[in-house]
Unconditional design. Structure first.
Ligand code: 13P
Ligand code: ZN
Length: 274
C-alpha cells in the first residue's frame, strides 16, 4: 500500500508528537520515550514492508493480553530531537510474540539499537490500559518536563496532595485529569519493579508522576496524550511561579470543584477532595 513505512499516517502522527515534545524542552538528550499500539488495519497497510527474520528477545515482563500486537516505539539512547530528521534510525516497530513474553524488531532502528529501556513499563501500562479502557487507549508517553519534576522535590510524594494542588492551578485541570495523578516514589528506572508500580497506578490514573524523574501519560491518540502531558506541565509551572511569588493566597474551593464537576458532567475523584 505504501512505498515506505514512513508514509503511513500513524508514523507521521508519532513523529509529529515526538518532535513537539522535543521542541517543548521535555526531551534532553535521549530523555523520554513514546509507544503506540498499532491498529490491525494500520499494521496490515505496512506488513509487506516489515522484516520478520529477527529473533525474539525477552521483554522483561509478561503481557499476555498484548500477544501478537505491534507497537511503534522509540529507541533506547536515541535522541528525540533526531526522530523527525532520521526517523528510521531512531524508532522501531516491535512485534510481541504469542506468549506475551518476548518481542522482536520488525522495522526501524536501521543503524542498530534496541527499543527504549522503559519497554517493560510501556508494555505493562499498555496491558493495563487495554483492559481498563476496553482497547481505547493506544499511546503511552514518558517525558522529562522541568516543572513537573521540580515539584517532586518540594511537595509530599502523595497522589492526593499533588493532584489537588495541580487541579487548583488551572480551572481546566480537573476537566483534563478528573481521576487525578498517581505518584511513584523514586525508583531505579528501566526495570520491572518501576514498571509494576506504574502499571498498578495506571489501572486508576491516566498520568503518573515519577519522583525526581518525569511523567508517564496514557491516552486514546497522540493529540490527547500530548495534551495531557502539556496540561500537567503547565499546571506545575504555574505552581512554581505561585510559590516564587510568595505562595497561594486564594484558590478554588472544593465546593467550586464540585460545582465544576456538575456543570461539566465530570466524575471527579472524590478521594482527592476534602
Ligand atoms: P531510553 O533512552 O532507554 O528510552 O531512556 C530514556 C529515559 O527517559 C529513561 O527513563
Ligand atoms: Zn526517563
Amino acid at each position: 500500500m505504501y512505498n515506505s513505512v514512513l508514509e503511513a499516517p500513524f508514523v507521521k502522527g508519532y513523529v509529529k508528537m515526538a518532535n513537539e515534545g522535543y521542541e517543548r524542552g521535555w526531551h534532553e538528550r535521549n530523555g523520554g520515550n513514546l509507544s503506540y499500539r498499532i491498529k490491525k488495519e494500520e499494521i496490515e497497510s505496512v506488513k509487506a514492508l516489515l522484516d520478520f527474520s529477527k529473533e525474539f528477545t525477552p521483554i522483561g515482563a509478561t503481557v499476555e493480553n498484548l500477544k501478537n500486537e505491534y507497537f511503534l516505539v522509540s529507541g533506547s539512547g536515541k535522541f528525540f530531537g533526531n526522530i523527525k530528521s532520521a526517523t528510521e534510525e531512531n524508532i522501531c516497530i516491535v512485534e510481541v510474540d504469542d506468549t506475551g513474553k518476548n518481542y522482536r524488531i520488525v522495522w526501524g532502528l536501521v543503524a542498530g539499537g534496541r527499543p527504549t529501556s522503559e519497554l517493560p513499563a510501556h508494555l505493562m501500562n499498555h496491558s493495563v490500559k487495554l483492559t481498563a479502557t476496553n482497547g481505547e487507549h493506544r499511546v503511552i508517553y514518558h517525558a522529562h518536563p522541568v516543572n513537573a519534576i521540580a515539584i517532586t522535590f518540594v511537595l509530599p510524594l502523595d497522589s492526593k496532595i499533588i493532584t489537588h494542588l495541580l487541579w487548583e492551578m488551572m480551572t481546566e485541570c480537573p476537566v483534563i485529569f478528573p481521576q487525578g495523578i498517581g505518584v511513584v516514589e523514586w525508583m531505579v528506572p528501566g526495570g520491572e519493579k518501576i514498571a509494576i508500580a506504574s502499571s498498578e497506578l495506571m489501572k486508576k490514573f491516566d498520568a503518573i508522576l515519577w519522583a525526581h524523574h518525569g511523567v508517564f501519560c496514557s491516552g486514546i491518540d497522540f493529540d490527547l496524550t500530548f495534551g495531557l502531558m502539556d496540561t500537567i506541565e503547565k499546571a506545575a509551572e504555574i505552581y512554581v511561579k505561585v510559590q516564587s511569588m510568595g505562595g497561594i493566597k486564594q484558590s478554588i474551593t472544593d465546593d467550586g470543584f464540585r460545582e465544576l464537576a456538575k456543570d461539566f458532567g465530570l466524575t471527579l475523584n472524590e478521594d482527592f477532595l476534602n
